[in-house]
Design a protein around this ligand. Structure first.
Ligand code: SAM
Length: 231
């Protein structure tokens, strides 16, 4: 084979490789994990998420404090569920602030909006999002909060990129999720939760965030704070 022909072949294979990479879409890491949220009976989930004995419910006020949510801030509760944290954030950020209740379940979002209206919280905006995209405005948020939802992300990399885009420079991402430790965690956690804390930190840091705090205040869960960095 002469030099110009082999050069051409090399160029062709490189461009094929490049276009395959550019088209590659993240595959679901947990197909079907959100099936039971598609048509949820709201009151059942309120009882499940907002009852004594669930660690993040019992310590909800301390969690809001540890997350650093304050007056005037723009906050997104990604995977808002029944609105447990959305409603607490709404009173914390006050009239000058804003809270986006983001969820892929339209029922949850509409019910959280209704709860906010009933409580006179005019600073809550519901967002029915996509599994790969939080559907938030760009560079608009001071803080994104993800509680008991990271292990429900079917496309964690795409979601992290979308959250990164929504945060202001220096914005904060708070992630609370179950500790998954063989020999210590329940069988349910071992089977249901995809990744342990170290994997979660690695995945999040790979998408342009720096870990700034690993808060030990919870027993069943970890609470991590990250700062947005340039990608
Ligand atoms: C276990 S619930 C947690 C609800 C709430 N954060 C809490 O702790 O009470 C997980 C929620 O995440 C939502 N969810 C799953 N994947 C999502 C995604 N990619 N974007 C937004 N919400 C998502 C589900 O619909 C569900 O409401």
């Amino acid at each position: 084979m002469n030099a110009s022909r082999s050069g051409l072949l090399l160029l062709l294979s490189l461009s094929l490789l490049f276009s395959a990479g550019a088209c590659a879409q993240e595959q679901s890491v947990r197909p079907g994990v959100n099936a039971y949220y598609q048509d949820p009976e709201f009151s059942t989930w309120v009882r499940r998420f907002e009852s004594a004995g669930r660690e993040v419910y019992d310590l909800r006020e301390a969690i809001v404090h540890a997350s650093g949510v304050g007056p005037g801030m723009s906050v997104a509760d990604v995977g808002a569920g029944t609105g447990l944290f959305t409603l607490l954030f709404a009173s914390r950020v006050g009239n000058a602030g804003r809270v986006y209740a983001v969820d892929i379940s339209e029922t949850f979002v509409r019910e959280v909006e209704a709860r906010a209206r009933t409580q006179g919280a005019g600073n809550v905006a519901g967002v029915v999002s996509e599994p790969r995209d939080a559907g938030l405005p760009s560079s608009a948020l001071d803080l994104v909060f993800v509680c008991d939802t990271y292990h429900h992300f079917e496309y964690p990399q795409d979601m992290l990129r979308s959250i990164h885009d929504a945060l202001r420079p220096d914005g904060t991402l708070v992630v609370i999720d179950y500790r998954k430790v063989a020999g210590t965690s329940s069988q349910w956690v071992m089977g249901h939760v995809r990744a342990g804390k170290d994997t979660v930190i690695r995945e999040i840091q790979a998408e342009g965030f720096r870990l700034i705090e690993d808060n030990p205040m919870l027993r069943d869960n970890f609470l991590l704070r990250f700062r947005k960095e340039p990608r």
